[in-house]
Design a protein around this ligand. Structure first.
Ligand SMILES: [Zn+2]
Length: 311
């Protein structure tokens, strides 16, 4: 098994090397059809680039809806997309844990930009689990999302100066939508009594959300889905749900349901009835073409689901 992994890794590295020889040293200009050729990782980053770049860029997102970025591995097809891109935008802080090696190898002769790098590390929630030392789920703080949007806009303008004012206008428009979202979210959450603001989910993706909107947040699987929940974790959390009279717990689209179902059973077996309050979008957006397939729609959907189920 280990040998196969090493062989596969070696193949990807060789492929990267060959592709970098073919494409030569990259300049920062556009190569195809006059539009920037952009590759992105998570659905959140893909949606953001589409909002700022609109028709002036060509965006290929590697991950689809429901895909877990902690566990996602690059296929050989992905590697060739990545090396042929004018620029790669990813979330960073080791969210895309299995892509880090690929990005580091590409780093020398390509534009690979971790958007979360723009955030002030002093403000971030620390985490010993990630090699970055920080909780990477930064999109659940709308202010951080704005900072990331600003960074993206600046980088797009550098790569494509002809469209710089177009990107800047799109950013201004997007900021207005984010401000409306922030107001709506605060108004909706204000209807939920403070003692009911306990959010139990499959994994710990909502710490920034909790910090911002006054929720106690508990994830069954910890910060990354790469760690499995043990029997003891389940029992401890079941007791907390009973002690705090939590009405509902939540499934996530990018994590298998069974962990939360096991928790529900553990609670029920102790004679307390806890509901599954719905499915949240944590590390991936919903299907393209639906409201939840956008960052703004996802945020609204999550907040409505949480507040309705905990009321
Ligand atoms: Zn996560």
């Amino acid at each position: 098994m280990k040998i196969i992994k090493i062989l596969l890794k070696t193949r990807i590295i060789i492929l990267l090397f060959c592709l970098s020889l073919i494409s030569g040293c990259k300049d920062t200009g556009k190569k195809t059809d006059g539009r920037l050729n952009i590759v992105t990782t998570t659905t959140m980053i893909t949606d953001l680039v589409r909002n700022i770049g609109k028709d002036s860029v060509n965006v290929q997102g590697l991950m689809g809806s429901g895909v877990d970025p902690h566990l996602y591995k690059a296929s050989e097809g992905d590697v060739s997309k990545l090396t042929q891109a004018d620029v790669v935008f990813y979330s960073g802080l080791h969210l895309e844990g299995k892509l880090v090696d690929v990005f580091e190898k590409m780093g020398r002769n390509s534009n690979t930009i971790a958007l979360a790098d723009v955030l002030d590390k002093k403000e971030l929630i620390g985490s010993a689990y990630f090699a970055s030392n920080f909780d990477p789920h930064i999109w659940f703080n709308i202010e951080y999302w704005k900072q990331i949007t600003g960074y993206l806009t600046q980088e797009l303008a550098k790569l494509d100066p002809d469209n710089a004012s177009f990107y800047e206008d799109n950013k201004t428009e997007y900021f207005k939508q984010l401000d409306i979202l922030e107001d709506d979210v605060r108004n909706t959450i204000a209807t939920l009594p403070e003692d009911k603001r306990i959010l139990v989910t499959a994994h710990d993706a909502f710490n920034y959300f909790g910090e911002e909107y006054g929720f106690e947040v508990v994830g069954l699987q910890g910060l990354s889905t790469a760690t499995e929940a043990g029997v003891q974790d389940v029992q401890k959390l079941a007791q907390l749900i009973i002690d705090k009279k939590v009405k509902s717990i939540f499934v996530e689209t990018s994590v298998p349901k069974r962990t939360i179902e096991a928790l529900q059973q553990a609670v029920n077996s102790k004679g307390y009835d806890v509901q599954i309050g719905g499915t949240l979008f944590s590390d991936a957006l919903g299907n393209a073409g639906t409201d939840e397939g956008t960052y703004i729609g996802m945020f609204r959907y999550n907040v409505n689901t949480i507040v309705n189920a905990l009321k």
